[in-house]
Design a protein around this ligand. Sequence first.
Ligand SMILES: *Cc1c(COP(=O)(O)O)cnc(C)c1O
Ligand SMILES: [Zn+2]
Length: 406
Amino acid sequence: MTSYAKSLQCRECGKEYPLEARYVCEFCFGPLEVAYDYERIRRAVSRERIAERPRTMWRYREFLPADGENPVTLDEGCTPLVRARALGERLGLKELWIKNDCANPTHSFKDRVVSVAVTKAVELGFKTVSCASTGNLANAVSAYGARAGLERYVFIPANLEAGKVVASNVYEPHLVKVEGNYDEVNRLCSEIAGRHRWAFVNINVRPYYAEGSKTLGFEVAEQLGWRAPDHVVVPMASGSLLTKIHKSLGELHKTGLIAKPATRVSGAQALGCSPISTAYLEGTDTFRPVKPNTIAKSLAIGNPADGYYALRAIKESGGAAERVTDDEIVEGIKLLASTEGIFAETAGGVTVACLKKLAASGAVRPDEVTVAYITGTGLKTQEALHGRLKEPPVIKPNLASFEAGI
Ligand SMILES: *Cc1c(COP(=O)(O)O)cnc(C)c1O
Ligand SMILES: [Zn+2]
C-alpha cells in the first residue's frame, strides 16, 4: 500500500510541501499538517473492509501518513469503550461512555502518536528518535524506539513522577532529566534538533505524530456502531489530541463512513496549567503562556503549540472548556475508580472532574451520547494519591485478629 497522504500543508496560508521531516511554513511560519487524497481514500475504505482487519489502530491505515506495510507497532489502539452507567448516574448523564486508553502497550494514548511517528522516522531514514516529554511520551518513544532498533534520546523535566521515569528507563534510552519545566525542555530540544539529524517526534516529525491521535476518534465512531458521539470531553496539554479527534470525525464523513457529525468537542485542563481553558472562559483568542503548577504533570504545557486550533475546534463545534483544582483532580480519579473500576492518572482525574463541572453547568446535556477520554493509567502517578486514600488495616494471620481488626 502506498500512502494516501499527498503533502504537508500550511494550516494558515495553505502552501504545500513534500512529505519530509518539516513542521513550519517557510512563508508564514504557520504549522504544517498532513493533507490527504480523500477521494482515493473514499474508494479504498468501507465499514466492512475495516471491520475485517486486526484489532489495532492500524486498521485505519488509509487515514495515517505512512506507507506503512510494516508499521512499528505493539498492537496499540482498539482500546475498550465502556458504558459508564454508575458514573453517568452520579453526574446526571443518561448515556456516558469511557474510552479507556490506559489499555495501550505503555499505558497511555501516546502509543498511538508514537507508533505513527517512529514508523515515519524509519521511512525517512532516521537512525535516532527523540522527544521532549511530560512523561507518557517519553515512555512510548523509549519503547517504540527500542522495538524499531533505533537510538533514543529522551528529555524530561527533572521533577517527573517516579513511575514515569522508570517506565522510560527500563527500555534503556539515553534518558536526560532537565532542570526545568516542559516548555524549557522543549525549547532545549528545538535547539538540539537544529544540530543533530534526529527525528524529534513532537518537533520535526510532529505533523505525522499528531495524526495518530485521530484514531481515538475513528475507534469511538466504529465502537458506537459507526456514528459520531454528541459530545466528547478531551484532556488538553498542547491541544493537539483535541484538534485531531475533531478532525477525525470530519474525515469519516468525507470518506462516506458516517453521517455528518455534529459532535461538540469540550476541553479539560488543570487550573494550575490552563492557558487554553482560561482563554475560552475569558472569551479571548490570545493565550497567556503560564508557568505550570499542578499535579497533572502530563498536561503541564504552559505554552501550548496547538492551543489556538484547539480553542477554535471547541468554539466551532459548540463545545466548552473547564479547569479544575488539584483537589478536584484527586476526587475525579477516585470517583472514576470507585464507580467504574478504572484507575486513571492525573490527566484522567482532570477529565472526569471537568466533565462533572460541564454536566453541572449544562454545557454537557443529560441526553447527549457523551464520551470521556481517559488517556493514561494511574499506576504511573501514584504520588497524587499519597495520603489521600484510606489506610488498610494490618492484622495477624488468624481469624480472631481479622474479626477484631475490621
Ligand atoms: C500528552 C497527554 C495528553 C494531551 O496531549 P496533547 O495532544 O498535547 O494535548 C492527554 N493525556 C495524557 C495522559 C497525555 O500524556
Ligand atoms: Zn504558511
